[in-house]
Design a protein around this ligand. Structure first.
Ligand SMILES: NC(=O)c1ccc[n+]([C@@H]2O[C@H](COP(=O)([O-])OP(=O)(O)OC[C@H]3O[C@@H](n4cnc5c(N)ncnc54)[C@H](OP(=O)(O)O)[C@@H]3O)[C@@H](O)[C@H]2O)c1
Length: 300
């Protein structure tokens, strides 16, 4: 007989949640709320000092007696992700929830040590590789959940992901850059998060591991602060229309703790509701192609 995953009610208390991008913004707000609900945390961060400060902040914000582990990894580096995944596998007997939240937009064209365009590496290949490496542990811990932070920004990529230009050389050419190429590139990676989640949902049917992605809305965080004065000025103006990080984290926290999503998988959410992303996401062939390309690029 197969394992029955629906008997006991899902409860976040005592669960072990691995989260990336919890040193700032939406991820930090979510980590504090999850800690206050009794979840144990494994924080993957690139900066150890910042991560330890965040652990102190989270502990000071709750009376719950919880475990908070720090794991160091740069999500743009596959070598770093492989190392951190093996640390997590050796230190954590259970991973109940994986939250792929770290993400960024890059105004200048950058290529990672492994030869991938930076936005693609951090926002898509990083979550893909980390999830794949932790998948067996998630299955062993089932019922378990994988949550990925996408964005309304995926709508910019209505023509899809240009598989002929995976290093985004075209989008960062001077004229294209001026016309918003880097923002479109960001949108493509957030579209990739949606395809990734829907394909995960298909592949994990019957395993007790479910996958979700969501749009946090426009949120007042450190997002886009490393891209120069113009980007900071734009973000300062957008702040007027932005939500707080706590509000931005609401759907993420809900996906981590709500019983009602236990029987859903592969979907995209906005403000705690299932939403339809752009039409192209219905094309299963693109989801499969993206999966194969991602496997090849991460040597899985
Ligand atoms: N803000 C918005 O309006 C908005 C809207 C839609 C979607 N999102 C998405 O929400 C997610 C969180 O962003 P945020 O708005 O909270 O921005 P944020 O305040 O800049 O937080 C980003 C987090 O990701 C981490 N990070 C970035 N690059 C990393 C790398 N190479 N390796 C490891 N960690 C890395 C950052 O670490 P450090 O602290 O070390 O920098 C930080 O913890 C992102 O995926 C973003 O695309 C944001």
């Amino acid at each position: 007989m197969g394992k029955e995953f629906t008997v006991s009610k899902w409860n976040i208390r005592g669960k072990y949640v691995v989260i990336t991008g919890a040193t700032s913004g939406i991820g930090l707000a979510a980590a504090k709320i999850l800690a206050s609900r009794g979840a144990n945390l494994g924080i993957i961060a690139r900066n150890e000092t910042k991560a330890n400060e965040v652990v102190n902040q989270i502990k000071a914000s709750t009376n719950e007696i919880i475990v908070i582990d720090v794991f160091i990894a740069d999500m743009s580096s596959q070598q770093s992700i492989r190392k951190v995944a093996s640390e997590i596998l050796s230190r954590c007997p259970k991973v109940d929830v994986l939250i792929n939240n770290a993400g960024a937009l890059f105004q200048n064209h950058q290529i990672t040590a492994e030869g991938y365009e930076m936005t693609w590496a951090v926002n898509h290949l990083g979550p893909f590789l980390l999830t794949t490496l932790l998948l067996e542990r998630l299955k062993e811990s089932a019922p378990a959940r994988i949550i990925t932070t996408s964005s309304h920004g995926h709508k910019m990529a209505r023509k899809g992901i240009d598989f002929n230009d995976l290093r985004a050389e075209q989008l960062y050419k001077p004229m294209k850059k001026l016309m918003g190429g880097p923002t479109l590139r960001y949108g493509q990676t957030k579209l990739a998060n949606i395809f990734f989640t829907s394909e995960l949902g298909q592949q994990l049917k019957g395993t007790g591991v479910t996958a979700y992605c969501f749009d946090p809305g426009l949120v007042n965080t450190n997002f886009n602060q490393h891209n120069g004065k113009l980007a900071r000025l734009t973000m300062a103006i957008m702040k007027l229309f932005s939500r707080s990080p706590e509000k931005g984290a609401e759907t993420m926290v809900w996906l981590a703790e709500a019983e009602e999503v236990s029987h859903q998988t592969g979907l995209y959410y906005v403000d705690k509701k299932i939403e339809s992303p752009i039409e192209i996401t219905n094309d299963r062939n693109i989801a499969k192609r993206l999966w194969e390309i991602s496997e090849a690029q991460t040597l899985i």
